[in-house]
Ligand binder design. Structure first.
Ligand SMILES: CC(C)(COP(=O)(O)OP(=O)(O)OC[C@H]1O[C@@H](n2cnc3c(N)ncnc32)[C@H](O)[C@@H]1OP(=O)(O)O)[C@@H](O)C(=O)NCCC(=O)NCCS
Length: 400
């Protein structure tokens, strides 16, 4: 069953030729092809370079998935060793000057540390940008390795004046989670975190990836493009939803406790009240997944095994039943990672940065795909403002 709206494009003559007027928000509009990720023909699954996202999230590790995105196939042993060596080495090589610069940034939402730090790295490593393969892939790996360090260091520096240095001897996901929480994670926690990063790595032409491609299409550098992607991801309608979702769930939990009601029952009343006030329920709805987001099934498996997992799943399922009954909207991955990250002890403002730590893999792969087969992305507009006005000096136009 598909509930996708019909694509309705209108053609009309414009001043410079035919205009194609597409649906607002570009829903169902295809501005280009990609071999990186997309939706399967039934519209039920996301495919990463030919593989179902759920297959990779359950079976691959971070390095294998990153290799697949960048180079188009899963690595052999020597290739895997090499990408792991590079990511782990680069993670430990964030320039000291960047840590000094982060100390000057006032306490703010950590997504800003990401865009700030990435632009710093761009100037530091590559003031002269190039487009040859060695150069592009090397900088993609630096970004993948170093963005998490920037976020974690920025977060801790702004709050405690110190930060946790990377340990190149640990696997990337385990080390990143350690730098965020300050504790060495258990195997289960490290794997749950790794799986969430893989689930977040890419998703077709989502808003932040499209932003990256637009910036890439101007032949600007990869660091500027990724900084733009971070800006787009920060919004509550995109990556910011996982933070908003946990804030909502914790608010509901507090109120349920005050009322002496179990949250798994009270959540219904809570959501209905919000809907009555015409508020959006964060973590529900999706441009692509209209019935079910399969990424939630993978996240649920890990939620179940972590603290209070069965109870949290009851709460999530009840919320999903209510939202489906009332609005015909499914939960998306952010509703589930919101709980998973809470269980892992990640501070709430770091949830969207964690999304970016996974998505940077997709951003860099899309940047490379874009610049290798480039045409400037520059839509046109349909101007609906006034015409024919004539400039008048200020004393004439402001006479009352
Ligand atoms: C993801 C999202 C932006 C997709 O939106 P979209 O395809 O552009 O759909 P629209 O924003 O046009 O919304 C269509 C209708 O569904 C409603 N709707 C969409 N998401 C909703 C939500 N989470 N809660 C309540 N109502 C919602 C809208 O109010 C609108 O209703 P109306 O037609 O009565 O005005 C949207 O579902 C949303 O805002 N979700 C919450 C944020 C979120 O979880 N984002 C993460 C996505 S992975």
């Amino acid at each position: 069953m598909s509930r996708r709206p019909e694509v309705r494009c209108v053609e009309e003559e414009g001043p410079l030729g035919k205009l194609i007027i597409v649906p607002k928000g570009l829903e169902n509009v295809v501005p280009d092809t990609t071999a990186i990720s997309g939706v399967d023909p039934k519209g039920e699954h996301t495919i990463y370079r030919g593989y179902l996202i759920t297959d990779l999230a359950e079976n691959a590790n971070f390095y294998e998935a990153a290799y697949l995105f960048l180079y188009g196939q899963l690595p052999c042993e020597d290739e895997l060793r090499e990408i792991k060596r590079k990511i782990d080495t680069y993670r430990a090589q964030v320039p000291e000057k960047l840590f000094d610069a982060l100390k000057l940034v006032p306490a703010t939402h950590p997504m800003y540390y990401g865009s700030f730090g990435v632009l710093f790295l761009g100037q530091y490593y590559a003031p002269e940008w190039r487009f040859d393969d060695d150069f592009l892939y090397d900088h993609a790996l630096r970004l993948i390795a170093q963005l998490p360090v920037i976020f974690a260091a920025g977060w801790h520096l702004s709050r405690h004046g110190t930060f946790i240095r990377p340990d190149p001897g640990l696997d990337h996901p385990r080390d990143v989670l350690r730098m965020i929480t300050g504790r060495t994670p258990s195997d289960l926690a490290a794997r749950a975190f790794e799986v969430s990063l893989i689930l977040y790595m890419d998703h077709g032409f989502n808003a932040s990836t499209f932003t990256v491609r637009v910036i890439g299409s101007t032949l600007s550098d990869m660091y500027s493009a990724v900084a733009g992607g971070i800006g787009a991801l920060k919004g509550p309608l995109h990556g910011g939803a996982n933070e908003k979702a946990i804030e909502m769930l914790l608010d509901a939990k507090r109120r349920a406790e005050e009322l002496g009601k179990p949250l798994e029952e009270y959540i219904e009343e809570y959501i209905l009240e919000k809907l009555k006030r015409k508020e959006r329920i964060m973590g529900f709805g999706h441009r692509i997944y209209k019935i079910h987001d399969p990424r939630t099934d993978v996240a649920a498996k890990y939620i179940r095994q972590l603290k209070d997992g069965e109870w949290w799943l009851k709460v999530l399922k009840r919320a999903e039943e209510v939202m489906w009954r009332e609005k015909r909207l499914p939960a998306n991955i952010d509703f589930y990672t919101a709980v998973l990250y809470y269980q892992l002890g990640i501070p709430v403002p770091m949830y969207t940065p964690v999304f970016a730590m996974g998505r940077v893999v997709g951003w860099t792969a899309h940047y490379i795909e874009q610049v290798k087969n480039n045409r400037l992305i520059r839509p046109t507009e349909k101007y609906v403002g006034p015409t024919g006005l004539k400039y008048r000096p200020i004393e004439e136009r402001c006479r009352r």
